[in-house]
Design a protein around this ligand. Structure first.
Ligand code: ACO
Length: 323
């Protein structure tokens, strides 16, 4: 059976680190409040000249280097973002051009914080369908551009960044344990649009929007939906939770991550957490966390990872990945 095997990971963060105390200079908030409610200590914020495509290209180049591949080896670029450089063309085609890739296909996926889980699943399906052999899957965001910097209930939660992975379609050799994407489950329920959205933006409204969120409601849905989808994917794949080496969750809030791990029955020692330093980077958060843990040696070949995310829409989903 053909599976999409992970060959390399990469990430990129803007150099400017903004600590909670820095935000407290201009907002009625405090380091203690933000840490206690979210687990966030700092976030990276892009300078005015850095766009989503810049961060995405840097992360993708690092993933290609880790995979030992030239850009010309890539057939498919799938980029998850809610903060594209332009309404069109897709940011994926910008990244493709900057990397010097002139063949194959490139497009964006819009599923906000679930974007990377969606993009990974779409890329996997295309590779399995024979639409190419190798894919770059990227999550990249500059959420700082769509924040209302006067709204303390949302401005403190997000950051900018990008992460990327290289996938290759491979047949599992006879007698070997399968590597790669083992299972995926995507969900959406558009009835909850008004709990988390941007009130305008490029496209049919002709306005520039800012992020709006009913935090407490989003929290409640996130804990419920993530527990459900992670339970379902493990049951479907007939994998006991003890077999999971690492939970690599979307990094929105430490309390959501802890609640999901608790409901799954996984100790926090097997959960990758980067929300403290990156805050919520939306579609970038999972590949960023994955890259950090691969590079620091925690996540190693052969290990089983459970990825999960939930975001605006609502959209949510989970992926089981043998590294
Ligand atoms: N600093 C200080 N006080 C604040 C701040 C702040 N930054 N933000 C809100 N408050 C105040 C509120 O005004 C409120 O004050 P009041 O009681 O006088 O009215 C009080 O704190 C409590 O506000 P709540 O919103 O009820 O606080 P809560 O404990 O729910 O925490 C939070 C808010 C952190 C946003 C939480 O609801 C949350 O994490 N929700 C999930 C949202 C999320 O992660 N979204 C990301 C996108 S979706 C996803 O990725 C899953």
């Amino acid at each position: 059976m053909i599976r999409s095997v992970l060959l390399g990971t990469g990430s990129a963060l803007p150099p400017r680190r903004v600590a909670n105390d820095d935000l407290a200079q201009s907002l009625d908030t405090s380091d203690a409040w933000i840490r206690e409610r979210t687990g966030i200590a700092a976030r990276r914020i892009a300078d005015a000249s850095t766009t989503t495509a810049d961060l995405a290209t840097e992360a993708a180049a690092r993933a290609l280097a880790a995979a030992g591949l030239a850009p010309s080896a890539i057939d498919l670029v799938v980029l998850a973002t809610a903060t594209p450089d332009r309404t069109f063309p897709a940011t994926a085609t910008r990244v493709q051009a900057r990397l010097g890739i002139t063949r194959g296909a490139a497009f964006d996926v819009a599923a906000v914080c679930s974007g990377f889980v969606y993009a990974l699943t779409v890329a996997d399906s295309l590779l399995k369908a024979g639409q190419g052999q190798r894919a770059l899957v990227i999550g990249a965001e500059t959420f700082s551009r769509i924040l209302d910097w006067d709204d303390r209930s949302t401005a403190v939660l997000f950051g900018d960044g990008a992460g990327a992975v290289v996938l290759e379609a491979r047949a599992t050799p006879e007698g070997e344990a399968p590597r790669g994407l083992l299972a995926a489950r995507l969900r959406a329920d558009g009835r909850h649009e008004d709990l988390l959205y941007v009130d305008g933006g490029p496209g049919s409204t002709g306005t520039v929007g800012r992020l709006r969120m009913a935090g407490r409601e989003v929290f409640r849905h996130a804990v419920h939906n993530l527990a459900e989808v992670t339970g379902e994917i493990l049951a479907e794949a007939a994998i006991p939770v003890e077999a999971i080496d690492w939970l690599v969750p979307h990094q929105a809030n430490l309390r959501i991550i802890e609640a999901t791990a608790r409901k799954l029955g996984l100790p926090m020692s097997r959960v990758i957490v980067t929300v403290d330093e990156h805050a919520n980077t939306s579609a970038a958060s999972i590949p960023l966390a994955l890259d950090c843990a691969v590079r620091d040696g925690r996540i190693r070949q052969g290990q089983l990872c459970l990825l999960e995310a939930m975001g605006g829409g609502f959209t949510w989903g989970a992926v089981l990945l043998r590294i």
